[in-house]
Design a protein around this ligand. Structure first.
Ligand SMILES: [Zn+2]
Length: 377
């Protein structure tokens, strides 16, 4: 709307490429996945100038600014990948065509697994997993948790293999694009995974499923390349701040006044907020970490001893022989997913400053899974 171009439901609905949409089952779809012709700032500005002259349309006010009208209007993965694609495919597994649908029993099994993970989710996640049946009420952050972390575990062996592999391509691509140290280095691989994901979507879910939302995944790797990581150009900070504002409201009367008053109070007494400084936790579920060299550990107890730099040492249960949690579509250690054996751990003193990479730790029978927390906002 602010760019004064066709919206996503139009035939030329993608503002990143020139593909013309096709009308399938009452909606515009984008079947092409490769050799896309990308839009550029120059093309946008030339075309806009032409339309202003020929069609007398009004120009976008942004045109007056020295902006790149294509690259500086990124695709927001919170809306497109989490609230869009993730929700769409989960809904399809639950209520879609017979070839992609899970049975009521399978849905229940996945839900039970999700609930059993509640105790494993560290406090850096604002919400714990809920049942799949609540999907209509899942927030963006819950959908991200599923797409990037829990989905990899809870769907395994329940969702049909072909659908699972397809989901994993999406999940791994998203994981890479969220990691500040991987998004650029493994950008072309992430892009290949997303291309596979979109192409295979047509085969598995049908032509009518190839709407703009699915298509936009083809452009996501470029956004991470441009901004360093997807978290650098997403709507999550806005969503999180809205959550903070909402928590300032105690009753239904005059909500705006309440927010304004609490906000002024906080501005006048900033020290009240800074009391809760981050302290390393040695209790579940906040004590799992990924160490360098691909080892995982669980912090058990803080000791009096310090290392040379004055950092306290923490007694940790270290899993030295960690294996990949999965090998398809890539060795999962790349995105910090490991598997260890409960009995193969050793106790070690580790300086606190090495315990910076938080992880989700899941114990299942004799095995322990670690999934590094990748998102930063
Ligand atoms: Zn496009």
């Amino acid at each position: 709307m602010v760019k004064k171009i066709k919206q996503f439901s139009g035939y030329y609905g993608c503002d990143k490429c020139t593909q013309r949409g096709m009308w399938v089952s009452g909606r515009v779809t984008y079947p092409e996945v490769e050799n896309l012709t990308l839009h550029t700032n120059e093309i946008y500005r030339t075309e806009m100038a032409r339309r202003q002259k020929d069609e007398a349309i009004s120009m976008s006010p942004f045109v007056r600014l020295p902006l790149d009208m294509v690259n500086q209007f990124p695709i927001d993965y919170m809306h497109q990948a989490c609230l869009g694609v993730t929700k769409k495919i989960i809904t399809e597994w639950m209520r879609g065509e017979r070839n992609v649908r899970m049975s009521a029993g399978q849905i229940n099994q996945v839900s039970q697994r999700l609930l059993s993970l509640r105790k494993a989710i560290p406090s850096c996640f604002p919400r714990k997993p809920r049942r799949l049946e609540d999907i209509d009420r899942w927030k963006a952050t819950e959908l991200r948790q599923f797409a990037v972390y829990t989905g990899k575990i809870v769907l395994k062996g329940i969702l049909a293999d072909e659908l699972y592999d397809h989901f994993m391509a999406f999940s791994v691509a998203l994981s890479l694009l969220l990691s500040p140290n991987l998004a650029v280095e493994h950008n072309s691989y992430s892009s290949e995974l997303m291309t596979f994901f979109v192409a295979k979507t047509k085969e598995l879910y049908g032509d009518h499923f190839m709407v703009y939302n699915i298509h936009s995944m083809l452009h996501l790797a470029a956004e991470a390349m441009n901004f360093g990581t997807l978290d650098a150009c997403s709507a999550f900070p806005f969503e999180n701040f809205l959550g903070k504002l909402k928590r300032l409201i105690r009753s239904g009367s005059q909500p705006l006044v309440q927010v304004a008053k609490r906000y002024v109070e906080q501005a006048n007494f900033p020290h009240i907020q800074s009391v809760a400084t981050k302290k390393l936790k040695v209790t579940r579920p906040n004590n799992a970490f990924i160490l360098r060299e691909g080892k995982c550990c669980v912090a058990m107890e803080e000791r009096e001893e310090m290392d040379e730099s004055g950092s306290p040492k923490i007694l940790c249960k270290v899993f030295e022989k960690s294996e990949p949690l999965f090998r398809d579509p890539c060795d999962s250690r790349l995105i910090g997913c490991f598997k260890g054996q409960s009995r193969q751990s050793v106790m070690k003193l580790i300086p606190e400053q090495q315990l910076t990479r938080t992880a989700i730790m899941v114990e299942e029978n004799q095995e322990i899974f670690f999934l590094a927390v990748l998102h930063t906002i």
